[in-house]
Design a protein around this ligand. Structure first.
Ligand SMILES: Nc1nc2c(c(=O)[nH]1)N[C@H]1C(S)=C(S)[C@@H](COP(=O)(O)OP(=O)(O)OC[C@H]3O[C@@H](n4cnc5c(=O)[nH]c(N)nc54)[C@H](O)[C@@H]3O)O[C@H]1N2
Ligand SMILES: Nc1nc2c(c(=O)[nH]1)N[C@H]1C(S)=C(S)[C@@H](COP(=O)(O)OP(=O)(O)OC[C@H]3O[C@@H](n4cnc5c(=O)[nH]c(N)nc54)[C@H](O)[C@@H]3O)O[C@H]1N2
Ligand code: SF4
Ligand SMILES: [Mo]
Length: 810
């Protein structure tokens, strides 16, 4: 079954030619027509009294891209939205950064009926969504008073800044990481807050590859694929997750046009990144990539295809020669693969086939293909690591470029996700947090219920041996992680409903989201269209840019900017001068801009930039090559790992494995071994819940943001993917409504029966707007009703893609 063909069997070259810029229905390129209201299409008929102004703005959501929007404003209202029109459309020049259809639908988000209009306070039970309108004065006074009470009663450690990425691309409005937000700046003026580490995106890979490479694992820029012979993507779907004309999907295809690199996609789903452009799709069971890699390694080792000189020079623990002191005999990787280690199992292709669902012959062929293509760009998205065994998976996938010596060279990669060139641009200073303690971003519900029981060695508390107090107040800024985006919604609901536990929840958002319904104080924020900011943070290739996101319209209703809100609260807490330093929002932006110009002298003056809207700069080094300095001279440029080398065997992990208290079944291991994790393909729980449910990031939304835009919902329906082999015996056909359920809850949604998914697995795009009925059954297709709060072993991260469920036709 592993050779499931992609639909149509069209050669990718044909498709690439006909679909510039990624060629996706929702990708960049011109597609504005259906979204211009009919009455506005004829701009030429505007009365002379209301001249049209075109204002540069931006889409600042967390999609990994970042796009400029040009707002056409008439009579103080956005009439329609266009995107970058600067420069030429030359890939080798300062190419255009074209927004996807989400960004182009921004008008519908700004003018949505879901917009929060006034400050409100809760009146019903928490989570019921019953509020009354209050004045801003009352909101600020209450907030300041309650915050002081909580600090006095419990200390600053009881105040938590929840994860929220709704506007992480802003400078003043930046909502993540927590320590870089205006909320953090405010809290740091008043004694600090409980911080978090890690993120829902990359918890497991960041923790895992930290032990391999030391720190965040870098990747070559995707533009460097023009030097590659082969591209191997493990659970990496830039066609859907890096969608704009400035994003990875554009680089990937343009660079492959130059190098003619083959592309192999390893994913349980046939993704839009493939869509005819790939050379092969290899479907794999979720959570089993480490087994596939082990099988590939067995072939490479036994057929003498490994780059022994690279492993000897740059790595620790491949074989006995470089095994660190203190490691057990035969504790090295080669012994593990050949069956000479602890478990005594040879990781043959047959062994791997039984676990992954990929035929042994295909594994042998793939090993030879990868080993013989020099150089090869081997990368992983973040789907494979968003699992219960994700730390091990991420390290295992990184073994392939190590075994083949592809790290630190042009056309190669580290096995991590693609990297990018980044300009030095100044960000808002947020001061120091006096509170040392931090928790994994995934563990906040536990910190509400049992904070003082949470320790470093069991729950991953950092900065301290244990927490002293539970979370008593939450700032939830630009976040739907109170409910929608956090795992196990029914459990979270129970915890939040009890306002004796967490005593104050402040939500600052644009829309009445499911998280907003859990606010005690609900504060309406301006959108990017209603204020001035700079937009940054695109994960792209070898061209970086910054966008002047100007104010296009005045704030809607009574909305205020986050800077105004935090300044007003600072005033009430007696720290206004320290917080504002006497500057308005525009004065801060002018100040930061002048500082940025010192590092980037080619930046035009502020007013020219404002007119020009976007400033782009190409990487002066051509392409970013991860770990190039280390490869060129490992003595002069050691890594930040304890050995200074790439650690295949990590003594630090061996020590953690010995000292941490772990749940039954949790594995932390010094080597990148295969361990199935929990809720896996071979779990005894499959008797009850036989199907693996995996999530994915969906083109219809950025998480939940844009999830209320009608035209996007219509264009890309929320539906559960299911293979005919699983659907037929259940009497299910496309378009049926199905129950997806496990012990944690139930979701009802339409099904799409398709060979684009491996049998035994169903998939649901994450981020749909949670819509429970009176029995708690969700009717929107919100996957977090079904996901678990159990954290992954090392990162204490979200295993969002590891779930077992059963499906029935309604
Ligand atoms: N099951 C499952 N769950 C997941 C994931 C998964 O793969 N599967 N993915 C996880 C990942 S990787 C992430 S990053 C998180 C993302 O989770 P979140 O960071 O919560 O992202 P969004 O859902 O986009 O919600 C952002 C919120 O910001 C609001 N917002 C947008 N713009 C603005 C603004 O200008 N001002 C203010 N104040 N608010 C604004 C939106 O209305 C929305 O409520 O979800 C995680 N949850
Ligand atoms: N349109 C859109 N773009 C986005 C986002 C969004 O919500 N919408 N979110 C943004 C954010 S914050 C993030 S963190 C990134 C997320 O980027 P990723 O984490 O890379 O995205 P996912 O869709 O979760 O996973 C990528 C692929 O991995 C596959 N996969 C799942 N499990 C496995 C496995 O065990 N093995 C293998 N080989 N593949 C597996 C999935 O089917 C999917 O196709 O995307 C960003 N871009
Ligand atoms: S959602 Fe992402 S790709 Fe789409 S317009 Fe916004 S920043 Fe660009
Ligand atoms: Mo993310």
């Amino acid at each position: 079954m592993s050779n499931v063909q992609h639909p149509g069997g069209i050669s990718r070259r044909t498709l690439v030619k006909t679909t510039a810029l990624g060629g996706l229905a929702l990708a960049a390129g011109g597609f504005p027509l259906p979204f211009i209201p009919k009455s506005l299409a004829a701009q030429t008929s505007l009365p002379p009294s209301s001249p049209e102004r075109i204002i540069w703005s931006a889409c600042t959501v967390n999609c990994g891209s970042r796009c400029p929007l040009r707002m056409h404003v008439v009579d103080g209202e956005i009439r329609y939205v266009e995107t970058d029109n600067t420069g030429d459309d030359n890939y080798d020049g300062l190419h255009q950064v074209r927004a996807c259809l989400r960004g182009r639908s921004m008008r519908r988000r700004v003018y949505s009926p879901d917009r929060l209009k006034y400050p409100m306070k809760r009146v019903g039970k928490r989570g019921e969504g019953k509020f009354v309108r209050i004045s801003w004065e009352e909101a600020f006074d209450t907030l300041a008073r309650e915050m002081q009470r909580i600090i006095k009663t419990y200390g600053n450690e009881a105040i938590y800044l929840n994860y929220g990425t709704g506007t992480l691309g802003g400078t003043m409005t930046r909502s993540w990481p927590p320590g870089k937000t205006l909320i953090a700046r405010l809290m740091n003026c008043c004694g600090g807050y409980l911080n978090h580490y890690g993120d829902y995106s990359t918890a497991q890979i960041a923790a895992g590859l930290n032990y391999t490479y030391g720190g965040w694992a870098e990747g070559n820029s995707p533009s460097d694929i023009e030097n590659s012979q082969l591209v191997v993507l493990f659970g990496n779907n830039p066609g859907e997750t890096r969608m704009s004309g400035g994003g990875v999907t554009y680089y990937l295809e343009q660079a492959r046009e130059k190098s003619n690199a083959r592309m192999i996609i390893i994913d349980p789903r046939y993704t839009d990144t493939g869509a005819g452009r790939e050379d092969e799709w290899i479907p794999i069971r979720p959570g089993t990539d480490a087994a596939l890699v082990s099988g590939l390694a067995w072939v490479m080792i036994t057929e003498n295809l490994v780059d022994q000189a690279f492993l000897d020079t740059y790595c620790v623990g491949y074989d006995e020669k470089t095994l660190p002191a203190g490691a057990p005999a035969n504790g090295h990787y080669k012994a593990y693969i050949l069956g000479q280690g602890d478990d005594g199992i040879a990781k043959t292709p047959q062994w791997a086939a039984a676990i992954t669902g990929i035929p042994a012959a295909r594994i042998v062929k793939l090993a030879r293909e990868i080993a013989s293509a020099k150089p090869a760009f081997i990368s992983q998205g973040w789907g494979p690591q968003r699992h219960s065994n994700g730390e091990l998976v991420s390290r295992a996938i990184a073994m392939l470029p190590l075994l083949t010596g592809n790290v630190g060279i042009h056309g190669g990669n580290s096995g991590a996700r693609e990297g990018a060139y980044a300009m030095p641009f100044e960000r808002m200073p947020t001061l120091e947090n006096p509170v040392q303690a931090s928790i994994s971003m995934f563990m906040w519900t536990d910190a509400i219920v049992r904070g003082p029981e949470m320790t470093a060695l069991r729950d991953g508390v950092r900065g301290k041996a244990k927490l002293d107090v539970p979370i008593k107040m939450i700032w939830n800024y630009a976040s739907n992680c109170l409910i929608n985006q956090h795992s196990q919604i029914n459990r979270t609901h129970e915890i939040l409903q009890d306002d004796n536990l967490c005593e104050l929840i402040v939500v600052i958002d644009n829309h009445m989201t499911s998280s907003a319904k859990y606010a005690d104080l609900l504060l309406p924020d301006c959108t990017a269209s209603e204020q001035m900011d700079f937009a940054l943070d695109a994960s792209c290739g070898n061209m970086d840019y910054v966008i002047f996101a100007d104010q296009a319209i005045s704030p809607r209703f009574e909305c205020k900017t986050i800077y105004e809100m935090t300044s007003e609260i600072a005033k009430r807490l007696g720290v206004e001068q320290q917080f504002t330093e006497g500057r308005t929002q525009e004065e801060w932006l002018r100040h930061l801009y002048e500082q940025s110009r010192k590092a980037l002298p080619e930046l035009p003056d502020f007013d020219t930039f404002r007119q020009q809207g976007i400033f782009k700069k190409r990487d002066p080094d051509g392409h970013f090559v991860a770990y190039k300095a280390f490869r060129d001279d490992p003595q002069a440029n050691p890594l930040s790992t304890p050995s200074g080398k790439i650690e295949i065997y990590s003594s630090q992990l061996a020590q953690i494995a010995d000292s941490w208290t772990l749940e039954k079944g949790d594995v932390i291991h010094p080597l990148p071994v295969y361990s199935p994790g929990f809720e896996h393909y071979d779990d005894p729980l499959r008797e009850k819940y036989p199907l693996q449910l995996t999530g994915f990031h969906y083109k219809a939304r950025t998480h939940s943001t844009y999830g209320n835009v009608d035209v996007l919902k219509a264009a890309c329906r929320q539906e559960m993917w299911m293979n005919p082999i699983d659907a037929t015996p259940r009497g299910i056909v496309s378009g049926d409504t199905v129950r997806i359920f496990n012990d944690r809850g139930e979701v009802r949604i339409e099904v799409k029966v398709t060979p684009r998914i491996i049998p035994g697995v169903v998939a649901l795009g994450e981020g749909a707007w949670y819509d429970p009925d009176t029995q708690g059954i969700d009717h929107a297709g919100c996957i977090n009703v079904l996901t678990t709060q159990r954290p992954s072993p090392l990162a204490k991260g979200n295993p969002s893609h590891s779930n077992l469920v059963e499906i029935e036709k309604v």
